[in-house]
Every structure is written in structure tokens, then in C-alpha cells.
Write a protein that binds this ligand. Structure first.
Ligand SMILES: Nc1ncnc2c1ncn2[C@@H]1O[C@H](COP(=O)(O)OP(=O)(O)OP(=O)(O)O)[C@@H](O)[C@H]1O
Length: 282
């Protein structure tokens, strides 16, 4: 007789959980996973009854699991959440168009409405257009910055109170390591804490947090006068796509960007109060 699941002691283990090191069977893994997420939601009071929650759905594995678990727990524990799927179409031929098909299937499978918002509609550029303009090297900066803001915008348009994303511990570690490699070593203690455990993430009371305000141009969340998305867009529209990403040689600092305040501010001044983002840990 081989090894048995360390929880039920009956079935054969199907996996070793990285989080606990336990070898567990499929059924016990599902139970533990669902239970832990429910506990996290309840103990941290992540939602209130009646909250409208945007489930950020890329069509990838993490957000598909997220859509599944949110609908399952909402029904099972009567959270009373008004869930919908929010998907951003970056306009990447052969990639996002395929995954959008998955999201459309999720809409039917989980019975919650889907809102798709494209970069083309929001910014006038698809990622394919941007790559043609800037090449392959720095296009991830545009994609990441625009996506983050597009999710905020979509959630606001759909009157969401909260947003759930499928970021996992690997994503957090990746962000931290990339920041380290880029020379952001100002917060080594906080970084070690995050790597040690995404779940125990705390911000030291002595840490100076950036002040959150709104972009003078588009009115969306920004800790700077103009948000990164507006700076990047300004560069694209002026035919200077490296504007927001170029660095002053040797200093490690971004080159200063001059951007004029113009146009109407979106009716989104309150967006910072309305939208808070949560991520569910797998
Ligand atoms: N185009 C998108 N539309 C909506 N939400 C997105 C989109 N891209 C990313 N997200 C959200 O951000 C999370 C993290 O995205 P990331 O690109 O790191 O992918 P990932 O970790 O591989 O997740 P997934 O497997 O869900 O794609 C996703 O789980 C999803 O909730």
C-alpha cells in the first residue's frame, strides 16, 4: 500500500500543497482550498451583503478558478454578492481573442454577466498598434499600466464596489523581484516579508506610503500629478512612444515628462473611494 492523503488517510495523494507541504488527495485539496478562501473572506470582512463585485477575468487559469470559487462560495454561504465578469481586451491578435472565448464560456457556465472593455475604446490604441510603434522591447510597460487602469475604469463604469483579481503568491514574488532587479532596494524588510508569506503581508507603521490622489488629466487613481497611463498615451499620440519609459542616463530616474492639462476630467473623482481591489490567494 502506497502513501495516503495526509488529511483523510484514505485516498491516494494527488498533489503536495506548496503552502503546507502536505500530500493530499483531490477531494481534500478542494475542500481545504474552498474552506481557506471562505475563512479569508469572512475573517477579513472583504465583502458586505449587496456588494457589486467585478471579477477580473483574463481567461487564464487563475482568474477562471477565481470566477469558479467566487460564484461557488457566494451561493454556498449566501454572501449576497452581485458578481460580474470584467475582461479587458488589450487587442493582441492570436492571444487575447482566444482567451476572450474562454471568458465567454465562463459567462455561460457560471451564469454571471460579462463586460468586455478594449484598449482601442479606452485609449484609441490596441496592443498590436503599440507594438508596431514601439517594438517588442518595452511594450509590457504599456500593457501593464493600461490594463490596471482599464480594470479600474471598467469597474467604475459598471458601478462595482470591489474588484477581485486572480493574483497569486508567484505574481507578488515576481513583482518584488523585478523591483529589486530594477534597483528598488529602498524597502528590503517589506520585500522579505512579502516573499516569506504573501498572506502575512503587513506594511510597517514607519513606512511612508505614497499619497493617493487623482490624475489631473483623466481623473483616475494616481499618486502623481498625471497618471502613468496618461503619460504613456501622451507619448504615443505625440509620436514619442518612449516618453514615459525612458530613463535619465545613469541616475536610475525617469526622464521628466511635460504633459499639459487639457480636456474634460472624467466624472470619476470619487473612483478612489468606490473601488478597492482585493486579490484572492490560491
Ligand atoms: N485582460 C484581462 N482582463 C481582466 N482581468 C485581467 C486581465 N489580465 C489580467 N487580469 C487579472 O489580473 C490577474 C493577474 O494577471 P496575470 O497577467 O498576472 O495573469 P496570471 O497570473 O496568469 O492569471 P490568469 O491565469 O488569470 O491569466 C488575473 O488573474 C486577472 O484577475
Amino acid at each position: 500500500m502506497g502513501r495516503l492523503c495526509e488529511i483523510c488517510q484514505q485516498s491516494r495523494p494527488a498533489l503536495r500543497r506548496p503552502k503546507t507541504g502536505q500530500q493530499v488527495c483531490r477531494e481534500c485539496f478542494f475542500k481545504a482550498f474552498e474552506h481557506e478562501i471562505h475563512e479569508t473572506i469572512v475573517n477579513n470582512r472583504l465583502f458586505k451583503k449587496g456588494d457589486r463585485v467585478a471579477v477580473a477575468a483574463s481567461g487564464g487559469k487563475d482568474s477562471t478558478v477565481l470566477a469558479h470559487i467566487m460564484t461557488l462560495l457566494n451561493e454556498r454561504h449566501c454572501y449576497g454578492l452581485d458578481l460580474f465578469l470584467l475582461s479587458i481586451d488589450e487587442g493582441i491578435t492570436g492571444y487575447r481573442d482566444d482567451s476572450l472565448e474562454t471568458v465567454k464560456r465562463n459567462e455561460v457556465q457560471y451564469g454571471i454577466p460579462l463586460k468586455v472593455l478594449s484598449y482601442k475604446t479606452l485609449y484609441g490604441w490596441t496592443m498590436d498598434d503599440i507594438v508596431r510603434e514601439i517594438g517588442r522591447k518595452n511594450n509590457c510597460t504599456f500593457c501593464g499600466v493600461f490594463r490596471r487602469q482599464a480594470l479600474d475604469r471598467g469597474a467604475f463604469m459598471m458601478k462595482a464596489d470591489k474588484m477581485a483579481t486572480g493574483h497569486n503568491a508567484d505574481d507578488i514574488a515576481e513583482t518584488v523581484l523585478l523591483n529589486l532587479l530594477r534597483g528598488d532596494i529602498a524597502r528590503p524588510r517589506a520585500i522579505l516579508d512579502i516573499i516569506k508569506s504573501g498572506e502575512d503581508f503587513r506594511i510597517a507603521s514607519t513606512a511612508k506610503m505614497p499619497e493617493q490622489g487623482v490624475c489631473k488629466r483623466c481623473g483616475y487613481i494616481s499618486s502623481q500629478e498625471f497618471c502613468k497611463a496618461c503619460v504613456l498615451l501622451e507619448g504615443l499620440n505625440r509620436g514619442l512612444p518612449r516618453l514615459g519609459i525612458s530613463r535619465t542616463r545613469g541616475s536610475g530616474k525617469k526622464a521628466p515628462v511635460v504633459i499639459k492639462e487639457e480636456g474634460e476630467k472624467a466624472e470619476t473623482d470619487k473612483v478612489t473611494e468606490r473601488i478597492s481591489s482585493i486579490s484572492v490567494e490560491f
